[in-house]
Write a protein that binds this ligand. Structure first.
Ligand code: MG
Length: 159
């Protein structure tokens, strides 16, 4: 049996914050604002995995009202979700995602992000794809107000 899930997230860009995308810190004058490290890509991947497994969403498992998750490393949350799936007897087949960001360019960091996500997901890097797109100057992404991420995850039951 195969299962598929989608994930979406967005965070505001703010001064004095780190820009962490898929567990990789990218040098930039602004970063993503949020309760945790605001890793928009990790959050989208988490929701895709939870969605495929029928386990709700990130807010249900890691509420932003909980001080325990303040400035949390979202890769650790992702690893906790990977463990949840294993406990359900579910294996991850692949993850595909798109980061929507006007600046800086994601391309120089794409391979590092793939490697970091593949490591957290315990997947071969060939099963983890990371794409990037800009907002073409339109909307909150295009105006550089925030960053969004989309993810799809495929799961199967058993090995
Ligand atoms: Mg988020």
């Amino acid at each position: 049996m195969s299962l598929v899930g989608i994930g979406y997230d967005s965070h505001r860009l703010a001064a004095g914050r780190r820009l962490v995308i898929g567990g990789v810190e990218i040098p930039h004058e602004r970063g993503l604002d949020g309760h945790s490290d605001a890793d928009v890509l990790a959050h989208a991947v988490i929701d895709a995995l939870l969605g495929a497994a029928g386990l709700g969403d990130i807010g249900a498992h890691f509420p932003d009202t909980d001080e325990h998750w303040r400035d949390a490393d979202s890769i650790q949350l992702l690893e906790a979700v990977v463990d949840m799936l294993a406990a359900e007897g579910l294996a991850i087949v692949n993850v595909d995602c798109t980061v929507l960001m006007e600046a800086p360019k994601l391309a120089p960091h794409r391979q590092a992000i793939r490697e970091r996500l593949a490591q957290a997901l315990d997947l071969d890097i060939a099963r983890v794809n990371v794409k990037a797109s800009t907002g073409e100057g339109i909307g909150f992404v295009g105006r550089g107000e925030g960053v969004a991420a989309l993810a799809v995850a495929g799961l199967c039951r058993g090995g």
